[in-house]
Design a protein. Structure first.
Length: 140
């Protein structure tokens, strides 16, 4: 398994709540931003997915909050796939402060939706492999 893909983000003041720490829903935005950055780094674009007739869908997300994040914090958000044999896959993500302190761990279950049939594709791993110009980013 290769090192997880990572993207750096600066926490913005408007993402915080009255306690001064990042609002819980923003963690999902950070994770989503990192996943789309990861797809782009592998050569997969939204238009490429649409042209293929598929789109990624989130089915479940679990967040474990470890430490608070504050405005101005520099954070790294990682992504790594856990491939299964079926229609779904898991994405493991860690949000860490620049000093390495883990702020949150996210586990998501996703799939690729066939946009015409409105059903999950049978083997999303094969579809990602075909679409990616750098499938090694997905451990393929």
């Amino acid at each position: 398994m290769s090192e997880p893909f990572s993207v750096r983000i600066t926490v913005r003041g408007y993402e915080t709540d009255v306690q001064g720490h990042v609002n819980q829903s923003v963690y999902i935005n950070y994770a989503e931003h990192a996943r789309w950055s990861w797809l782009q780094a592998a050569g997969i674009t939204q238009s490429g997915l649409r042209d293929r007739g598929v789109g990624p869908v989130g089915l479940e997300t679990t967040i474990r909050y470890r430490r608070e994040l504050l405005a101005g914090d520099e954070i790294d958000v990682t992504c790594s796939f856990e491939w299964g044999d079926g229609k779904t896959f898991r994405i493991q993500q860690t949000i860490s402060k620049a000093d390495g302190t883990v702020a949150a761990e996210l586990t998501s279950v996703g799939g690729l939706l066939d946009l015409e049939k409105r059903r999950l594709v049978a083997n999303p791993r094969d579809c990602f492999r075909e679409l990616a110009s750098d499938p090694a980013l997905f451990d393929l």
